[in-house]
Design a protein around this ligand. Structure first.
Ligand code: ATP
Ligand code: MG
Length: 456
């Protein structure tokens, strides 16, 4: 790495280079708790996005290198890096028009990086803020279909994304949708949840209740809930209420605080809305069990092919119509109305006080998961033993670091100082106030966006 980082903020500064000069940081985009995201240029002058593994609560940057805040965090820190690398290598194998393309995965500065395609567009959260009129029903329909197709591809690998939300979907000017941020992705939908991956990402409003428990049974219907929450947000302008609150309310006989879209006055196809409501069922077994079921229903939705140029159907409620009047005017097909009402009844009756209505895994639906393709390093060489490969990477990093330290030492001796060296390795940072898992849970709420992010 050349040049320094900003000591005030932990970010790498503009002009900083990585991987022997192959990447040059243009600017920091966002700090997401687990990682810093940068806009950079590669050696061919192409714009790329670099994601740096930086779990800010347990690490800090010292002289450019990322170090655990306390020696006792070393193990957790290494485990976060291993997780980051593992997921990066998996993402690198994906080839799908709606999934971001990875260029390289590498280790430097005692941490790991992913270099990926820069999507010249806007994430859906920013779009909702800055250009809500662009979200016509035609576009929403297309975006939902693209999201489900991308997700189906991920599920076919036996993985869950686990962090579907409007800020993890990017839309370019030609309305191409790209799914990003596989930091929380988990291998093998059938496997029981491990403690670390369970707490990697819980996003209130988007996460289904089973993401909140270490023993929660997670399957494709869990990602499907998050897709439902994302599109609910795009339609209503707000994320649905936190799923745990919904569960608590329903379990204690209170009404579900999440209002069904189909009962509102939204100017969208009723089947389209009812399908989102179904995806958002608190009870896992009431949701779509796989994306194909939702896609089939989506194919039957009526979509305005030519948006009305006078009123481009922005995502707003009809004016001058009270909700009660609007509900009265909504014409539901009798069979659909019946499905919806039985869904609500089932959801209520299947839930017991204080317990999630966790359902058994639908083993038959994931049985024919394709075998894993081998992992490869950045040069495309297969990695047979991930742990051995990581040990090798660590060793190379240590040697590199030792070289740098040696040079620094010589410089310090020459200067007859050396106080900087002592500070660099001091573990004087303040300690996180709570246990690691609680810390992880709060990460998603601690995002810090660079001021000009939305314009990228
Ligand atoms: N490939 C990309 N092209 C353009 N913008 C991107 C790209 N990847 C990320 N971004 C922007 O950076 C933001 C943060 O990226 P990302 O979602 O990968 O990280 P994060 O949410 O901060 O991650 P984490 O939750 O792992 O800490 C995105 O919402 C998006 O605006
Ligand atoms: Mg994200």
């Amino acid at each position: 790495m050349s040049l320094s980082h900003d000591p005030e903020t932990d970010e790498l500064s503009s002009g900083c280079t990585l991987l022997y000069g192959q990447y040059k940081i243009e600017r920091h985009l966002i700090d997401g708790g687990f990682g810093m995201t940068y806009l950079a240029r590669d050696s061919l002058d192409r714009m790329v996005v670099l994601k740096e593994c930086f779990p800010s609560t347990i690490c800090r940057r010292i002289n450019g290198e990322v170090r655990p805040r306390k020696p006792s965090y070393q193990e957790q820190y290494q485990s976060v890096i291993r997780n980051f690398l593992r997921e990066a290598l998996r993402l690198a194998r994906f080839e799908h028009t709606n999934i971001v393309k990875v260029h390289q995965v590498f280790q430097e500065n005692n941490t790991a990086y992913i270099a990926m395609d820069y999507v010249d567009g806007m994430d859906l959260l920013s779009m909702l803020d800055l250009d809500p009129g662009r979200l016509t029903d035609t576009l929403l329909h297309k975006m939902l279909s693209d999201t489900l197709n991308a997700l189906g591809y991920v599920h076919d690998f036996g993985m869950l994304h686990r962090d579907i939300s409007p800020d993890n979907l990017l839309l370019d000017k030609d309305n191409n949708l790209t799914l990003i941020d596989f930091g929380a992705a988990r291998e093998d939908a059938r496997r029981q949840t491990r403690a670390l991956s369970a707490v990697l990402s819980v996003k209130d409003g988007y996460s289904p209740h089973e993401f909140y428990y270490t023993d929660g049974s997670q399957d494709p219907s869990s990602d499907i809930y998050s897709v439902g929450a994302t599109f609910y947000h795009l339609i209503t302008g707000k994320a649905p209420p936190d799923c745990q609150k919904r569960l608590a309310a329903i379990s204690s006989g209170q009404p579900d605080p999440c209002k069904m879209l189909v009962k509102g006055a939204w100017s969208f196809d009723r089947v389209f809305l009812a399908a989102i409501d179904k995806a958002l069922s608190v009870s896992q077994k009431e949701r779509f069990q796989c994306v194909e079921h939702w896609l089939d229903l989506l194919a039957s939705c009526k979509v305005e092919v030519t948006p009305d140029p006078v009123a481009p159907a922005p995502v707003v409620k009809r004016e001058n119509v009270t909700e009660a009047q609007a509900v009265a005017t909504v014409e539901l097909a009798p069979d659909l109305a019946q499905v919806i009402s039985s869904l609500v009844q089932d959801t209520n009756s299947n839930l017991e006080q204080g317990q999630p209505a966790i359902t058994r895994q639908h083993a038959e639906e994931v049985e024919d998961t394709p075998p894993e393709a081998p992992l490869v390093d950045m040069f495309g060489t297969p990695i047979k033993d991930l742990k051995a490969w990581q040990r090798e990477q660590d060793k190379a990093c240590k040697q590199d670091r030792a070289g740098k330290q040696d040079k620094a030492c010589k410089r310090n001796v020459a200067k007859k100082g050396g106080t900087k060296e002592a500070t660099a390795h001091g573990h004087d940072a303040e300690e996180p106030s709570s246990g690691l898992s609680r810390v992880f849970r709060t990460f998603s709420k601690r995002r810090r966006r660079a001021p000009s992010m939305a314009q990228t």
